[in-house]
Design a protein around this ligand. Structure first.
Ligand code: NAP
Length: 308
């Protein structure tokens, strides 16, 4: 693996990285995808995706993931299961240090995605896996007939609150403002679901429990505190982009997302940013795969340019 210089090294095997691999491998470029866990990224943990065009009735997240991976392999993309530790982006070839050794590439597509942001309150870290979760698809079934809370007011919080009503007896949606940020279709479904109770203008200040979650301490905007007994809490308060391995070599905006426009080009020649890790207005599978396709085509153009 070390001697070879790949045309394209893709960091991250979510929808953006896999779509980039489909395009670059199909375009005849030697392509390596480095992924640290499961292919599919965040979508792997999504029960049902109903807004990906061309699939009426929707598809499960794992199914989309598996199809994307299969398609990338079909065209000859190779994969390496490893954690990217650091990268040296300047010059040619660019060097990627991973947990499985060093990799070299003429171009790099950073498609490392984003992950759950923590609330940062007492009890959160201590009770992860004991009632604190960031993945309803993974853990929802443990709460059959129980009471759970969901924190947040975006698409994720509302979608996952709806999903949790399949199992839980009550779903308490706790949001810091008086209106949701989620898409209207999701809001309408949530408002008409009798299992979902809304706690507006409220934040969770502590997660309480000896060995598992027993109750939450809430505070409203007037400073009033209360306690809410629940068996589990699902936290959906936004995301943090995964850029730690870049060690400041690419510019980020104030929320930590890589700065690159729709060409996916970063200020470093031969380095592209695709998918949720990139600054953008809409984070969806459809925009991630679009980024991946653009990044692969831009990488191809760059390779043709350096080849003279
Ligand atoms: P998001 O849209 O950033 O929403 C985060 C929510 O958490 C907001 O309601 C925010 O409140 C709240 N929040 C942030 N920090 C908080 C804190 N410290 N305490 C309490 N609440 C806090 O994140 P997301 O829902 O994870 O979605 C991420 C992206 O994926 C979005 O672009 C979304 O559209 C997309 N997505 C789409 C779908 C779909 O189309 N089906 C599904 C899932 C995700 P404020 O509203 O007050 O800021």
């Amino acid at each position: 693996m070390t001697a070879k210089v790949w045309d394209v090294v893709i960091i991250g095997g979510g929808p953006a990285g896999l779509a980039a691999a489909v395009y670059s491998a199909r375009g005849g470029l030697s392509t390596l995808i480095v992924e640290r866990g499961l292919f599919g990224g965040q979508i792997f943990n999504t029960a049902h995706v109903e807004n990906y065009p061309g699939f009426p009735g929707g598809l499960s997240g794992p199914e989309i993931s598996q199809r994307l991976e299969e398609q990338a392999r079909e065209f000859g993309a190779e994969t390496l299961l490893a954690e990217v530790l650091e990268v040296e982006l300047k010059g040619d070839p660019k060097v990627i240090t991973t947990s499985e050794g060093e990799i070299r590439g003429h171009t790099i597509i950073v498609a490392s995605g984003a992950g759950a942001r923590k609330l940062g309150v007492d009890g959160e870290d201590r009770l992860i896996g004991a009632g604190v979760s960031y993945c309803a698809t993974c853990d929802g079934a443990f709460y059959r007939g129980k009471k759970v809370a969901v924190v947040g007011g975006g698409d994720s919080a509302v979608e996952e609150a709806l999903f949790l009503t399949r199992f839980a007896e009550e779903v308490h949606l706790i949001h810091r403002r008086a209106s949701l940020r989620a898409a209207k279709i999701l809001q309408d479904r949530a408002f008409s679901n009798p299992k979902i109770k809304f706690h507006w203008n409220s934040v969770v200040t502590e997660i309480i429990g000896e060995t598992k979650v027993e109750r939450l301490r809430l505070q409203d905007t007037d400073g009033r505190t209360s306690e809410l007994p629940v068996d589990g809490i699902f936290i959906y308060v936004g995301q943090t982009p995964y850029t730690h391995f870049l060690r400041g070599q690419l510019p980020v905006n104030q929320r930590g997302y890589l700065v690159a426009d729709e060409t996916t080009e970063t200020p470093v020649p031969g380095v592209f940013a695709a998918g949720d890790v990139r600054e953008k207005v809409l984070r969806q599978v459809v925009t991630a795969v679009a980024d991946g396709a653009v990044a692969a085509v831009m990488a191809e153009k760059y390779l043709a340019h350096i080849a003279g």
